[in-house]
Design a protein around this ligand. Structure first.
Ligand code: NAP
Length: 298
């Protein structure tokens, strides 16, 4: 089961419930809704483009070496996109590239730290000379730590701000002008569940709220230029990042949290939501997708 049904208030992808959140006050719908809006002009599409709308598109995925980003990259490649895999660790990055190529996909691995603006610019340059201009940017690289603010782990706060805020800005900054000139492009931001303050996650939550506010405004600025911006909000997902953060959390957090693996989302379910948002026709934009485990009450 892998469908996006726009009629209802919640939509099923595999075992997860998806709800898409209202973005303007002008819509008649109550809170959890699916809201699609026109963005750009309708293009006639060939049957092949309709079947595989991502075929031939150039997609940059940050944090692509493992976890959710690797799952998104593999699915994008299976859809025929040319995928630029971005992360700091080269070994895992090359392993993901290998897996994609073994399945007949096309990928380029670029070692790059998204917090370094010059590295991001270089990565986009390499992507351009190998595949051409970027059609899709998936801002997925992110870090978080479960720690109460009273412990003032300022180095960890800084890392969260650097990767989740500056890293995203560096990547958007490297592609947005070109997308506007070309009148096409889709930026996906992978983020957490909205309005869910979790103790021990204050700085991370703040960083993701930044993303939310920034992208709402960005969307207003670029939607008439044919550029789409989607925020994909996720509940707990089984990934190396979640496992590491749970094993490293401080004692206050240990008393609070027990994310049972069996009830978390899978990286594949998360990736499917991204692909569905990307596969909409050019005149349809998915602004927000919220994906949580079926038994996760929010
Ligand atoms: N897992 C969850 O429960 C969950 C829930 C909601 C939202 N999210 C969001 O989903 C995204 C992915 O999470 P995940 O669970 O898949 O994380 P993960 O398992 O820790 O994977 C993170 C990926 O990002 C890369 N990365 C980290 N810092 C980077 C940097 N400075 N520059 C480039 N790449 C970097 C990592 O590779 P290197 O370390 O080699 O660079 C890795 O490829 C994050 O934005 C997270 O906030 C996750």
């Amino acid at each position: 089961m892998d469908s996006l049904n726009i009629d209802g208030l919640s939509v099923t992808f595999g075992r997860a419930i998806v709800s898409v959140v209202e973005l303007t006050g002008s819509t008649p719908f109550p809170s959890s809704i699916v809201w699609y809006r026109n963005c750009g002009t309708m293009e006639s599409q060939t049957r092949e483009q309709e079947d595989k709308p991502l075929s031939g598109k150039v997609a940059v995925v940050t944090g692509a070496s493992f976890g959710i980003g690797a799952a998104i990259s593999k699915m994008l490649a299976a859809e025929g996109a040319k995928v630029v895999l971005v992360a700091r660790g080269e070994k895992m990055l090359l392993e993901t590239k290998d897996k994609i190529e073994k399945e007949g996909g096309v990928a380029l691995a670029v070692k790059c730290d998204v917090t370094k603006r010059n590295e991001v610019k270089e990565m986009i340059k390499r992507s351009g000379s190998t595949f051409g201009p970027v059609d899709i940017l998936v801002n997925n690289a992110g870090v978080w730590h479960f720690t109460f603010m009273k412990y003032a782990k300022e180095d960890l706060w800084e890392e969260i701000v650097d990767v989740n805020i500056k890293g995203v800005l560096n990547c958007i900054g490297a592609v947005i002008s070109d997308m506007c000139v070309r009148k096409r492009g889709h930026i996906i931001n992978v983020t957490g569940v909205r309005d869910l303050p979790l103790k021990g996650m204050a700085v991370y939550t703040g960083a993701k709220y930044f993303l939310e506010g920034m992208t709402r405004t960005l969307r207003q600025e670029v939607c008439q230029e044919g550029v789409k911006v989607t925020n994909v909000h996720l509940g707990p997902v089984d990934t190396p990042g979640l496992a590491t953060s749970l094993s490293n959390m401080d004692d206050d957090c240990k008393k609070l949290y027990n994310f049972a693996e069996s009830t978390n989302l899978t990286a594949d379910a998360s990736a499917r939501a991204v692909i569905q948002a990307l596969k909409q026709p050019q005149d349809v934009a998915v602004n927000d997708v919220c994906l949580v485990p079926q038994a996760f009450a929010v």
